[in-house]
Design a protein around this ligand. Sequence first.
Ligand code: FAD
Ligand code: FES
Length: 262
Amino acid sequence: VLKQEDMLIVQQKMIAPKIFELVLQGELVNEMSTPGQFIHCKPSRTDLLLRRPISLSSIDRENKRCTIIYRVEGDGTKNMSEMVSGETMDVLGPLGSGFPVEEITSNEVVVIVGGGIGIPPLYEVARQAHERGAKVISFLGYASKKVVYYVDEFKKLGDVIVSTDDGSFGEKGHVGMSLDKHLPQIKADAVYACGAKGMLAKVDDVFHDHPRAYISMEERMACGVGACYACVCHVKDEKDQSLSMKKVCDEGPVFKTGEVVL
Ligand code: FAD
Ligand code: FES
């Protein structure tokens, strides 16, 4: 059964230029537990027909609240950013596979790799890893200091290595460069990544044969529930390397490294 609800907007806040943190409340939160899953959000403007997929960034079941963080890109996200607390948002979900955080055990080293607007789903990964007693090391990359967000939140859960493309905050360069620099000193038991394709390709390369390294993919979506094939990506068969298609919305968005053709 598909779960849909008009969820109550309890908070809408701009946390960096064009980047918004939105807190929603409703019964749907009872269904949410896995980081990396997403909700399919209906803009309130009636001429915008398609829902917009946005990842869960944190889940608070006790208070029936979840948080999403999104960047204003086009009409849909602009419209979402203009909604205010007290209004409701038509939400479908939670959808997709999510990161297998239940594998994490105490004292394991968990490496998080996030770039830009790929960082939000990793916050709930870091929270749950921390709760399970793991040592969390987060590599977070941003374009510049201006668009840095959530670094303090991640710092509460473990070590954080920040990089910016222009060097205005943290290490200079893209996340891949920070990985090259620090990974020789780290023995990762599990790796969770989300970000631009180039960054994912780097993670896929470095952790190609790692048994517990995961990347979250982004493709344009329509239905969000596996019915329209708008969102396919190509995957390789482990044995004979033959290619097949998988739908990112319901067979992903999270895949193991070495699986997806990037
Ligand atoms: P427009 O460009 O006007 O959109 C036009 C159409 O294209 C819409 O149907 C829109 O949904 C689709 N579209 C455009 N860009 C994307 C895109 N990058 N991915 C998928 N569909 C797109 N963004 C965040 O800021 N925070 C998140 O946590 C987040 N999580 C995501 C999780 C998943 C699984 C996926 C697939 C995407 C996620 N995105 C996230 C990207 C977000 O869905 C797009 O930025 C958003 O749909 C853009 O809508 P728009 O109307 O503002 O832009
Ligand atoms: Fe329709 Fe994935 S968006 S099948």
